[in-house]
Design a protein. Sequence first.
Length: 421
Amino acid sequence: MDKTLARRRWYRIVPIVFITYSLAYLDRANFGFAAAGGMAKDLNITSGISSLLASLFFLGYFFFQIPGTLYAANKSTKKLIFWSLFMWGALASCTGFVSNIYFLYVIRFLLGVVESAIWPAMIILLSRWFLRSERSKANSFLTLGNPATIIWMSVLSGYLVKSVGWRGMFIFEGLPAIVWAFFWWRMVDDKPKNAKWMTEQEKNNFEDQLLLEQNDIKPVKNYAEALKSMVVIQLCFLYAFWSIGVYGFVMWLPSIIKSAPDMSIVMTGWLTTIPYLLAIIGMFTASYFSDKTLNRKAFIWPFLLIGAFAFYGSYLAGASNFWLSFVLLIVAGAAMYVPYGPFIAMQIEVLPKNVAPGAIALINSFGALGSFVGSYITGYLSGITNGFGASYVFMAGSLLLSSVLAFVAIKSRTNLPGKNG
């Protein structure tokens, strides 16, 4: 491939995707800071209700992900994400004005609805712009929007809660998505054939290369045949158990840190960034070697297993050894993020093109269901036990199951649905 075209694709597509997903993650992850920063007290929210509110987002995400993804695949990713950006920014800002808990239920659910197709739509978009040898790295830049956002969001949210309160935090942090929607509309193209900055020869050559990658993947008749494949089913449950650990961690880490003696909300913000800094280093390293070797499995299950052991170690350390427990949480948080790039690349590579969008949406829907369970049960367990030890055990068990499923489901390219031979 022309190296100049390769560089142009990276410079034009990746920054846009990174910023867009960063803004999506900002508006789903800042709830933990609001809960730790006075929202629960101001609205008389019990620990059980707080758990439900934190996790309700993922129910909207679960129910609407498949139809949203199919629209992105068959109609326009560009249009879907434009309206999603605008709506989730507006809903996030509206959270700062609520005084009735029932409106908060509605807003949290609707946030999940409008963000539901973003992740799989972005995966589809990147699969149209990057080849197999580039895909893990490209998807790592997408996923990087998750830990990178939490780094600056944690610091910013801590200062905003202190200076303008949790209401002001929601209002200020919702506005960037609305503004960015218009930048997205002008800068992104659904497919290479729509790009005005590519010559016709470049478009044709690149499309030919993408088609060649599908030559050894036999198309299946319909979505039903793909979705009942044992590999797809295993990947669904793998991602569900994985997401239990990730979002139990993401949604409640601020509260875990804030529970330490004499811990301020600003210091909570700074400490929250540490696992995600380590995650960024791990993600880039894993994606580089995964693309270099085209080995996805070796960069998925071992890190999920490390995360499981680290969570259990944090439980054994106990609340009385906060700093040892926190160091183990850093390891767990980072380990859970490392496999994302290889995992996403693997999905694109093993699924026939004619059914990939629906299958990816189903896998991610199970991930959303796991996210709901993780964020709700983690908060619930901490509420009834007055600590996070039981939550650590719960997340450890979930990651252990996901690691086993990854080891079993991801074998070689010859065992995948629709493969010849």
